[in-house]
Design a protein around this ligand. Structure first.
Ligand code: TXA
Ligand code: MG
Length: 349
């Protein structure tokens, strides 16, 4: 796979490939995506094939900031005319958070092929806050669908090198936009015509920020039919990952020994000191060969940025089992971090 620099020449090359129906790895502020022109059904089929992604899991369309009013960004992608007055107000309030790690699920415009949305009458739309993504979308002159650039069910890539590791031989090029600043995927919010708003996936914008914007509570996500990509097992390393039932200091020795029985283990803490965690496991009789804290200082933005890269590194290291301590709480970014760790630990298909 060719790793292209984010220069005018690199972007022109990628844009040309996309216009000819190709697929390209693209940086965003959340994770790297695998992009194709959103109006091109054959190109969209190539995205599903490159990822081994089942066709029932819909893609997100990425748009650039418009020259006119913010909702012009939706033109040809989503059709807000079916939304009632409350939904309309909430759409404006949520779109004001763009560009950023927020995907809005809205009634679909017929110009988007059914393949992109897995036959659903709705489409996910997002305006990424990344200069390279924005320049690429503008250069192509069309919205780009892009799922995360990993094999289906695997860990999302947050560097161009991780895209190469996931998709080398299947995708011809990736634009290198540096490490992702947010590090986990966008929050996905479905806006219903009556104004109801549902959080289908916690992500890089917190529930608290979203609820302040809409002036009311978000209801819980839909079922699997409404949010088809939210299968329990996802973000999975190759090695087994076991999530501790609580903070490391509160888990009894026999439970730690049972979870670490097929060791040696690598310990992943969200916050706190890695060495103190490794010592706690050693005292319980668990063999530890690696320990990492995503943010020893407790900064959950730093923890989110580091999460997927840390999972990749521990997966490639000498441990046979990964033991993860849960997020310290589920407020702000803690919600999305907790969600990703639960899915990484869920039983595999
Ligand atoms: O941050 C992100 O959102 C990244 C970057 C590349 O933009 N993209 C991403 O795409 O995470 P993907 O395909 O890995 O996850 C999209 C999620 C899936 O769970 C999918 O089921 C859901 O959004 N989704 C997309 N369109 C939907 C729709 N019309 N209705 C319900 N869920 C939808
Ligand atoms: Mg994904």
């Amino acid at each position: 796979m060719q790793v292209l620099p984010p220069t005018d020449a690199g972007i022109a090359l990628a844009a040309d490939h996309l216009r000819r129906g190709g697929v390209v790895g693209m940086p965003t502020e959340t994770v790297y995506g695998l992009a194709a022109v959103a109006f091109d059904a054959a190109a969209i089929a190539r995205v599903f094939a490159a990822k081994d992604r089942p066709l029932f899991d819909p893609l997100i369309a990425h748009v650039a900031p418009p020259d006119g009013p913010p909702l012009d960004a939706l033109r040809g992608v989503a059709d807000p005319s079916a939304l009632g007055p409350l939904a309309r107000r909430r759409l404006e309030a949520l779109a004001a958070l763009w560009p950023g790690p927020l995907t809005l699920v809205l009634p679909k415009d017929p110009a988007i092929p059914d393949l992109a949305t897995a036959g659903l009458p709705t489409v996910g739309v997002r305006m990424p806050a990344h200069p390279v993504a924005e320049r690429l979308i503008r250069a192509v002159g069309a919205p780009l669908v892009a799922p995360s650039a990993n094999r289906f069910g695997a860990i999302s890539p947050t560097t161009a090198a991780a895209v190469v590791a996931e998709l080398d031989g299947r995708v011809p090029m990736v634009l290198d936009g540096g490490p992702c600043a947010v590090g986990l995927e966008s929050a996905v919010v479905a806006l219903d015509p009556d104004g109801g708003a549902r959080l289908l996936r916690p992500g890089g914008l917190s529930r608290e920020v979203l609820e302040r914007a809409i002036g009311g509570p978000l209801s819980a996500g839909g079922d699997l039919r409404e949010a088809p990509g939210q299968s329990a097992s996802h973000y999975a390393p190759r090695k087994p990952l076991r999530l501790l039932p609580g903070p490391l200091d509160e888990v009894p020795d026999p439970v730690l020994r049972a979870l670490g029985a097929d060791g040696p283990v690598a310990l992943l803490r969200v916050v706190g000191e890695p060495a103190a965690g490794a010592a706690r496991l050693a005292r319980a009789g668990v063999e530890v060969v690696a320990a990492e804290a995503l943010a020893a200082d407790g900064d959950l933005a730093r923890a989110a940025r580091r999460l997927f890269a840390a999972l990749r590194e521990l997966d490639a290291g000498p441990a046979r089992v990964l033991l993860a301590e849960p997020a310290p709480h589920e407020h702000g970014l803690g919600h999305a971090i907790a969600d990703r760790l639960r899915r990484a630990a869920a039983p595999r298909r």
